[in-house]
Design a protein around this ligand. Structure first.
Ligand code: FES
Length: 64
């Protein structure tokens, strides 16, 4: 599913970037993936996906 239509970014792309780089904030995620750089309508959903994915990676979060 496309999360960011402006930049053609899917939820799969976001989830893979979060798993791989484990950004601790939306700001850090946006340095990896150019999500929300235009209209910004995708920010809310992106934040939800980030929180959801980070909850599934507790061990990695502690190591990083
Ligand atoms: S939908 Fe993501 S910036 Fe517009």
């Amino acid at each position: 599913m496309y999360v960011c239509l402006c930049n053609a970014i899917t939820d799969k792309t976001l989830r893979e970037a979060i798993k791989r780089y484990q950004p601790k904030s939306l700001q850090q995620l946006r340095q990896i993936v150019p999500v929300g750089k235009q209209c910004g309508k995708c920010i809310r959903v992106t934040r939800e996906i980030l929180q959801e994915e980070l909850q599934h990676l507790p061990l990695y979060k502690e190591i990083a």
